[in-house]
Design a protein around this ligand. Structure first.
Ligand code: FAD
Length: 305
């Protein structure tokens, strides 16, 4: 089924790809192979994560700078405000602006002690992502995306409190929300209904995580409050020793999830790529997304899985 080109659709779904800054030469090579390969799908933008507390400031900046300089891609930088004064965050914004960043994914960041610890805003800092969005807005007319949590953020008392925070971020100037990953489209549909009922009308772009490593995903999901359905484990667990089959099933499951979301009217998807091209490319190929050129297609097949 080639959803991307269905004549009934007005336009192909829009895509964005998330990367993290590499920590070694080998990881750097893999990232650039991945960027090269996924460029073929002409994403609306790609984004690069930013370590809470500024831990990846240099690598994030150099990765973004290289994307802007060496590729035709539009690049967004993630930015967190935890553990920093407003002046320090604003200085980072200015530096990133100098290298050409016009789009930020504005985040509070996890507590300094790690996920699950009590969050303490820096006394002179932006207290949360809504304040950070307002700060960015006061600096320049950036495009600003923010986070959203279909299963609520683990620190939120309840879903209404969570949606209230999203509303504050939108009122401060955010124009798009990227969701935490989820595997059950019903969760997204219910969340979207509540978000719209709260008067929030920005795109709530589903975060899609094709599963490379189930146990890693289960561990991370436990920390960030996302659920991993039993059916997903039942499909992938028995294939633990058969990586090729497992990857094919993981691609099929992610493609079906996207098909389901398209039937709900979604036309924009954000991929957590884990800096790997093969699985994301397999999902998009199954859905009939066109690749811009054959060279990049070959690069996708050759990039480390
Ligand atoms: P906020 O939007 O400020 O808050 C999130 C929720 O937590 C709110 O709904 C609010 O109700 C609740 N909450 C916040 N503070 C409190 C409080 N004090 N008491 C009670 N409830 C509270 N992390 C990184 O370090 N780097 C990244 O690059 C990065 N990228 C991300 C990209 C996406 C798309 C997503 C979904 C998450 C990303 N994260 C990243 C993780 C994010 O930093 C954490 O989830 C963090 O804990 C919250 O940041 P936020 O911007 O979502 O916070």
């Amino acid at each position: 089924m080639t959803i991307a080109h269905s004549p009934a659709r007005r336009r192909a779904p829009r895509l964005s790809f998330e990367f993290f800054p590499p920590r070694s030469e080998e990881a750097d090579a893999q990232l650039w192979q991945t960027i090269d390969a996924l460029s073929a799908y002409a994403p609306d933008f790609v984004s690069v994560t930013y370590g809470a507390g500024g831990s990846t400031r240099g690598p994030t900046q150099s990765t973004i700078e290289r994307i802007i300089r060496d590729t035709p891609l539009s690049a967004a930088s993630h930015l967190t405000c935890v553990g920093a004064t407003r002046q320090e965050v604003d200085a980072v914004v200015e530096e990133f602006r100098q290298v050409g960043v016009k789009h930020f994914v504005a985040l509070r960041g996890d507590p300094a002690g790690g996920i699950g610890e009590a969050y303490q805003p820096h006394p002179g800092g932006y207290a949360n992502a809504a304040e950070l969005v307002a700060g960015l807005r006061s600096i320049a007319p950036f495009e600003i995306s923010v986070s959203a949590y279909p299963e609520k953020h683990p620190e939120s008392h309840d879903v209404p409190a969570d949606i209230d925070m999203l509303k504050r971020k939108v009122d401060a100037g955010a124009t798009r929300a990227l969701t935490q990953f989820f595997f059950d489209n019903e969760l997204y549909a219910r969340y979207l209904e509540r978000v719209r009922a709260a008067g929030i009308d920005i795109p709530i772009v589903p975060g899609i995580l094709p599963v490379h490593n189930l146990s890693q995903v289960q561990k991370f999901a436990g920390l960030c409050g996302a659920s991993v359905p039993q059916w997903l484990a039942d499909r992938l667990d028995p294939l633990a020793e058969r990586p090729e089959e497992r990857a094919a099933v993981a691609a099929e499951l992610a493609a079906r999830q996207i098909e389901g979301l398209i039937t709900l009217g979604v036309d924009e998807f954000h991929f957590y790529t884990m800096n790997r091209a093969v699985l994301v490319a397999a999902v998009l190929d199954r859905l009939g997304f066109e690749r811009r050129d054959a060279d990049s297609a070959d690069a996708a097949t050759g990039a480390a899985a």
